[in-house]
Design a protein. Structure first.
Length: 256
C-alpha cells in the first residue's frame, strides 16, 4: 500500500496532517484524486502539443507530388525542381556546353516580372542553361514549383493572358499544346528577336524553356529544335508530377 508520503503523490500529501483513521482515509482519498487530476491534465497538454502534423513550406500534402490539391513543400519542391532539369547527356550533341550549372532553391524566383503573379505561392524553383560550342544557339530551362496545382494553374492563366495581351512586345507562335496548358511566343525587340519561349503547365509545376538561335523564325512558327526540346521537357515534367524517375531525353533532336 502506498502511504501519503510515498510514490508520485508525495508533494500533494505531505502538507496535510492526518488526524484519526476516518479523517485520514478521507483526506488521503481527496489528495490522490487531486493529484491524479493534475497528472491527467498535464498528460493531456503534452499530447495536444504534438497533435498537429509537421509541415514543410506550409503544406501537408500526402498525395502524388505535383498533382494533388496539396503539393510538396519548399524542401521537397527543390528536389523536384532538380529532378525536372535535363542533364547534359539528355541534350542534343550540339547543345551540351553548360552555360548555367543546374541548381535548385527552396524559395520563389527573385525575378517576378512578366507577369508578377508567377511568384505567388511558389515554394521552389530551379534552372540550367546550355549552348552550342560556337554559342550560336542556346537553351535555358527553368521550373517553378508551386504550393499546389491550383496555385500553378492560376499563375499559368496570368502568364498566358500576359503573353497574348502584350502584342507590341510579343508574338504568339503556332506550336503544339503540351500537358495541362502551354503557350509559345517570340520577342519582337531587336535584342531578343532570336529568342523563342515556351511556358508549360503540369500539375503544381510550370516549366519555362527559352531557345535562342541565329535565325528569326517568328513567321514560320516555333523552330523544330524548340519543338523537340519542349516535347522532352514536357515529358520530364509529367514524369516528376507522376512521381516517376524522369528519363525523357532530347539527345536525338537535330539543332537547325
Amino acid at each position: 500500500m502506498i502511504t501519503p508520503t510515498e510514490g508520485p503523490y508525495v508533494r500533494c500529501t505531505t502538507k496535510r496532517a492526518l488526524r484519526g483513521a476516518g479523517v485520514g482515509v478521507l483526506v488521503l482519498s481527496l489528495a490522490l484524486t487531486g493529484c491524479q487530476s493534475k497528472k491527467n491534465k498535464k498528460k493531456h497538454r503534452g499530447s495536444s502539443s504534438t497533435s498537429h502534423s509537421r509541415t514543410v513550406g506550409g503544406s501537408t500534402g500526402t498525395g502524388s507530388r505535383g498533382t494533388g490539391s496539396t503539393g510538396g513543400g519548399s524542401l521537397s519542391g527543390a528536389q523536384d525542381a532538380q529532378d525536372v532539369l535535363p542533364a547534359a547527356d539528355t541534350m542534343p550533341a550540339a547543345l551540351r556546353t553548360v552555360t548555367e550549372g543546374a541548381s535548385s532553391r527552396a524559395k520563389a524566383p527573385t525575378n517576378c516580372k512578366e507577369p508578377s503573379a508567377k511568384c505567388r505561392n511558389a515554394v521552389a524553383h530551379g534552372d540550367v542553361g546550355y549552348s552550342s560550342t560556337d554559342h550560336g544557339e542556346g537553351a535555358r530551362f527553368e521550373v517553378i514549383v508551386y504550393r499546389n496545382a491550383r496555385a500553378a494553374s492560376k499563375a499559368f492563366r496570368a502568364w498566358d493572358s500576359n503573353v497574348r495581351n502584350r502584342t507590341s512586345a510579343l508574338q504568339v507562335l503556332k506550336a503544339p499544346t503540351y500537358d495541362a496548358g502551354s503557350v509559345t511566343f517570340q520577342y519582337k525587340a531587336a535584342a531578343r528577336a532570336h529568342t523563342q519561349e515556351t511556358v508549360i503547365l503540369q500539375g503544381s509545376y510550370i516549366g519555362i524553356l527559352d531557345y535562342r538561335s541565329d535565325a528569326n523564325s517568328a513567321r514560320a512558327g516555333a523552330s523544330t529544335t524548340l519543338t523537340g526540346l519542349t516535347r522532352m521537357y514536357a515529358e520530364r515534367l509529367r514524369q516528376v508530377a507522376a512521381d516517376e524517375t524522369p528519363t525523357a531525353s532530347a539527345a536525338g533532336v537535330e539543332v537547325a
